[in-house]
Design a protein around this ligand. Structure first.
Ligand code: DON
Length: 599
């Protein structure tokens, strides 16, 4: 797809001159950009020196370069909650492996990060064992049996907000089944052992900090119409910083799961509470739906980028295919222009645009639609797409209005002392999901139904326009963008574990952090702090973080035909780990709450 607009030669010349002139500005303070020697190959020595110089952030950018990562010798857990990362490390120190620790972290997040951590949602886990075995677990929610294609469209053909808010917005939750299944297959401990920290955090409480309090306050609109109000808004106010938050209902629920396994959730007393709550509010999830829920083991998408191997999430997530397709396109232009340059931004935008066009139209739950996985992830297809990119002009996609975003997901990365690795992303979709809080159960329900194309061709809450492949059908999994990823170095050794929250920006941000390390030779701390860009084909806008691109760079991109717009707030929420010669670097998202804990 090419831009059909005619441009004057003068505008083109100006753009080209700016392309050359608009390299990232060095930060005012001395800013040595470290080179992670674990990944430096001898053939790259000259480029490494160049990349280190080029990777300085633009002046005015919110983060400095050269900040230290959390360092550890043996193992690392990085998540959006310090308490949850500590829970994972507690299990590792007690002799657990990365899978034990990941499950401990996941359950702890349901307690200490309730806007996204969950037992009422779903997710994806990407596992690589130290012996080289690699597998992924899909525990995405499923559409209830009573769902239907047009259930969110009113009599006038207008899309309602019922896919995002309230009782009808939830898919059948997969988290408890998924985490239990992963533990059973690849863990070494019992549910009771790995859930002990989460139960303790729910039963004895944890100290609320200002970030937690603010995030609860921002959820007032969604939480207070339902029963979670009493827990999170005692006396009408959001739980205050410095107070202890105890969640007795959730503690009881977690204990039931720890003692009786996932059956307690899908068939036992928790299922009873969940279905009773649904009935009270006009929801459609039944005990049958819960009983039929099953997580699916799937083969990871394995791709290469300049000798590195990426293990990523296959459908029902679009994460792996979209990232692979983009990386394959970019490989045709490698070595890539410096991070922060106009050329780099243009190439990223054009590659993302093409991969997202395929994502939005061709992907869906593989149990229901035929996904052209081999073609979309092939090098030859990427070569065709790369050949369509005009290095001087932006392509065009039709425009439309997007809806406001108000979202939360959470990603956590784990490595253990044996070299096993787990990347997990889990979500309720929106912050606090549908808002519905299961009475007696003590947890929020997801609003994942909005990830379906509730009305094919109409944008969802992320502005994603998707097609029939992702239309609602009973028992179908809604297409996700979650992208928990594991990267191996050219020798096949574990190098990185990464993933993100942020709807479609999950894919672009995860990939940009990986590229910052393997292509731009940044330290992990700098790779995480570097400004991010996002393009998802529709809306046809290159989004950037405020002050992440210089005014001159933005002018150049506009001259090339890109619509550019600052993102409201940061782009995505990444939690990642990198192997370094002395052990591990862990970095939780500097744009958000979290903790990297190792030993
Ligand atoms: O599965 C998906 O793609 C979305 N439900 C993810 C939502 C998300 O990342 C919101 N985050 N901040």
């Amino acid at each position: 797809m090419r831009d059909s607009l005619h441009r004057s030669r003068a505008a083109l010349l100006a753009a080209l001159l700016l392309v050359a002139a608009c390299r990232p500005q060095p930060a005012a303070a001395p800013s040595p950009v470290g080179v992670p020697s674990a990944i430096v190959e001898p053939r790259d020595a000259t480029r490494v020196a160049q990349a280190a110089a080029d990777a300085a952030f633009p002046s005015g950018w919110r983060f400095p370069v050269g900040v230290k990562a959390t360092e550890s010798e043996h193992a690392m857990v990085v998540s959006n909650s310090h308490f949850a990362s500590e829970a994972g490390v507690e299990i590792l120190k007690a002799g657990g492996n990365a899978i034990d620790a990941a499950v401990a972290t996941g359950f702890a997040l349901a307690v200490t990060y309730p806007n996204a951590g969950n037992i009422g949602g779903g997710g994806f886990m990407n596992i690589r064992m130290a012996d080289g075995r690699a597998m992924t677990l899909d525990y995405r929610e499923m559409a209830p049996a009573a769902s239907s294609r047009d259930m969110y469209v009113d009599a006038n053909g207008k899309l309602t907000d019922k896919s995002t808010f309230g009782y009808l917005a939830s898919g059948v939750p997969g988290s408890v089944a998924g985490m239990s299944e992963a533990l059973k297959k690849y863990g070494s401990m019992t549910l009771a052992q790995v859930m002990a920290p989460a139960i303790r955090l729910a039963e004895q409480g944890f100290m609320v900090d200002s970030q937690f309090s603010r995030s609860i306050a921002s959820g007032r609109h969604d939480i207070t119409p339902f029963e979670g109000k009493a827990v999170f808004f005692p006396g009408g106010e959001a739980v205050k910083s410095g107070t202890r938050l105890v969640q007795p209902d959730l503690a009881r629920t977690l204990k039931l799961i720890a003692e009786n396994g996932p059956k307690a959730f899908y068939e036992g007393p928790i299922a009873d509470s969940l279905v009773a709550e649904e009935k009270r509010g006009g929801g459609i999830i039944t005990k049958e739906d819960l009983r039929h829920y099953k997580p699916e083991w799937r083969t990871p998408i394995r791709s290469t980028y300049r000798g590195y191997t990426l293990l990523a999430m296959p459908p029902s997530s679009s994460g792996g295919i979209t990232m692979t397709e983009t990386m394959n396109i970019l490989e045709n232009f490698a070595p890539l222009p410096p991070a922060g340059s106009v050329k780099y931004a243009h190439l990223l935008a054009e590659s993302f645009r093409r991969a997202f066009m395929d994502r939005n139209s061709k992907l869906g739950d593989p149990a229901f639609v035929k996904v052209p996985l081999d073609r979309l992830t092939s090098k030859s297809y990427a070569k065709t797409l790369a050949a369509q990119i005009d290095l001087n002009h932006a392509s065009k996609s039709p425009a439309f209005d997007t809806k406001a975003e108000r979202t939360q997901t959470t990603h956590y990365s784990v490595v253990d002392a044996m070299g096993n690795a787990v990347a997990t992303t889990t979500t309720l979709n929106g912050s606090f999901g549908s808002g519905v809080w299961v009475r007696g159960g003590g947890f929020f329900m997801n609003n994942e139904m909005d990830d379906f194309a509730a009305q094919p061709g109409t944008p969802n809450m992320y502005g994603l326009v998707q097609g029939e492949q992702n239309a609602i059908k009973p028992g179908k999994r809604m297409l996700s963008a979650m992208d928990p990823t594991i990267v191996l170095d050219p020798q096949g050794k574990l190098l990185m574990v990464a993933g993100a929250a942020g709807g479609p920006t999950i894919i672009t941000a995860t990939m940009e952090v990986i590229l910052n390390v393997i292509e731009h030779h940044m330290t992990l701390a700098d790779a995480m702090r570097a400004p991010r860009l996002h393009h998802q084909s529709l809306p046809d806008t290159l989004r950037y973080e405020a002050n992440g691109l210089s005014a001159a760079t933005l002018d150049s991109l506009r001259a090339m035909g890109h619509a550019v717009a600052p993102n409201r707030g940061g782009l995505a929420n990444v939690n990642s780990i990198l192997r370094v010669p002395g052990g591990w670097h862990g970095v939780n998202e500097p744009r958000s709450a979290g903790g990297a804990v190792g030993y």
